[in-house]
Every structure is written in C-alpha cells, then in structure tokens.
Design a protein around this ligand. Structure first.
Ligand code: SAH
Length: 231
C-alpha cells in the first residue's frame, strides 16, 4: 500500500490537475506556520486549506512562491490574498454546509475555492474580464461544481441568487455598498475591508434588518473598482 501523509486526506489529483508531493509539503507547512500558529482554529477551515492546491491559482512563473506568507501579483494590478487573510476572513464568517455565499472580487479564484469546500454554493463576481476568464478556467479544471462566476461590478451584488447567508468582499471599498447589505439574509454575515490605502476589516451581522458592524483587523487590500474606473 502507498504510504499516506499523516494529516492529508486528499487525492493527489483534482479534476484535470495533478498535485505534487512538494506542494503538499509546502501546503502543510503553510497551514502549520501561517495559519495554526497565528490562531486559526476551525478544523473545517484548516481542512479546506489542505484540499485546495494554491499553486494552481498563481501564474506559472510564481508557482514556486505560491505558499509564501504574502499576497502575490496575478496581473492587472491585482493580487491573490495572503493565505492568513483568506483563512481569517473565512473563519470569521462561521460557515455552514448549507450556506450560499456571495463573494465580490474573484481575482485568482483561490478564496472562491476555499469557500466552495465549506458551503453549498459560492456565487462570485469579478469586474476584470481577463481575471474572470482565468479563474473560471482554473475552477473548472479543478472540478468545482458548486461555484458560479459572473463578470461585472460587484457593488450591485447578485440579485437573482439573493439572499445570501454570507457575503465576502476582497477589495477595499469606501463604504459598504447598499446592494450588498440588502442581499444579506436576516442573521447573515458580511465581511469587507473599508477605507483607502490601509483598511479596517469590518464584520457586519444583519440584525432586525440593520447591519451591526465591528472592526476586527487592519488590512491592506487592492481598491474596490467601479465600472467607471475598471482595472
Ligand atoms: N480573493 C481574491 C482577491 C483578488 S484581489 C484572491 O485571493 O485571488 C481583488 C479583486 O477584486 C480583483 O480581482 C479585482 O479585479 C476585483 N474587484 C475590484 N473591484 C471590484 C468590483 N467592483 N466588482 C467585482 N470585482 C472587483
């Protein structure tokens, strides 16, 4: 029988793409050093990080750096978020298997893939058409079936599939777009970086129709764009 890695219960291939032993090792290290040691505890979240091969979400020249403790460029001035930030935001949402989640800012599709491991369906909107096309290709090749992508301005949310139990925004916005709080279900959670330059990561819970917010961390995301100033 083939020797099994102690903590990993994934297949060596996902869809059409093959994972590698070297990447599995780097992934284990990333989870231990960057996530667990910094306080990420939810075993479901950690397991999602085991399952998603981050190296497929960066451009080929950056594959050897995919597991570094930082964001990496994905073209068009955009970045794939640092693993810890993806984990922190995911953990904050407190996801359940039955949830449907709206993500604004698909980017590489990495956060999308992590979410899709944890919930029933992920709806993700990306404003940049090239990034949307690339993310769609990757997520298809990896065999994700519960991910639905759209190219457009995420400040309008995705009305046809609302309400959402959770909404996650991965670009820094000046304020919480009205459509997003409207499309959140009662008791639902939204997480969004608010501000210019550095931002406050804000978590909002819809309570009796009103979003009750708190700041949880200082972060630095790329700016939220609108159709009048696309990337
Ligand atoms: N979670 C992504 C982060 C990508 S960076 C990842 O880890 O790969 C933020 C993304 O938000 C960029 O791809 C950018 O094009 C996109 N974006 C910015 N403003 C947007 C808007 N108004 N609607 C949808 N996507 C937007």
């Amino acid at each position: 029988m083939a020797e099994q890695h102690p903590h990993v219960s994934i297949n060596m291939s996902r869809g059409q793409l093959k994972d590698s032993v070297e990447c599995l090792k780097q992934r284990e290290e990333m989870i231990e050093r960057q996530l667990i040691r910094r306080g990420i505890k939810d075993p479901k979240v950690l397991n999602a990080f085991h399952r998603v091969p981050r190296q497929f979400f960066v451009d080929p020249p950056l594959v050897s750096r995919a597991y570094e403790d930082q964001p990496l460029a994905i073209g068009f001035g955009q970045t794939i978020s640092q693993p810890f930030i993806v984990a922190f935001m995911t953990e904050q949402l407190g996801l359940n298997a039955e949830d449907q989640v709206l993500e604004i800012g698909t980017g590489s599709g990495y956060q999308t893939a992590i979410l899709s491991e944890l919930v029933k369906a992920v709806y993700s909107v990306e404003i940049n058409e090239s990034l949307y096309v690339r993310a769609r290709g990757r997520l298809n090749a990896l065999g994700y079936q519960n991910v639905f992508l759209k190219c457009g301005d995420g400040s309008h949310g995705w009305q046809e599939h609302a309400p959402f139990r959770c909404i996650i925004v991965t670009a820094g916005a000046p304020s919480i777009p009205r459509a997003l709080s409207d499309q959140l279900s009662e008791g639902g959670k939204l997480i969004i970086p608010i501000g210019e330059g550095d931002q406050d990561l804000v978590v909002g819970v819809k309570t009796r129709g009103v979003l009750v917010t708190k700041q949880v961390m200082r972060v630095r995301f790329v700016p939220f764009l609108s159709k009048s100033q696309p990337a």
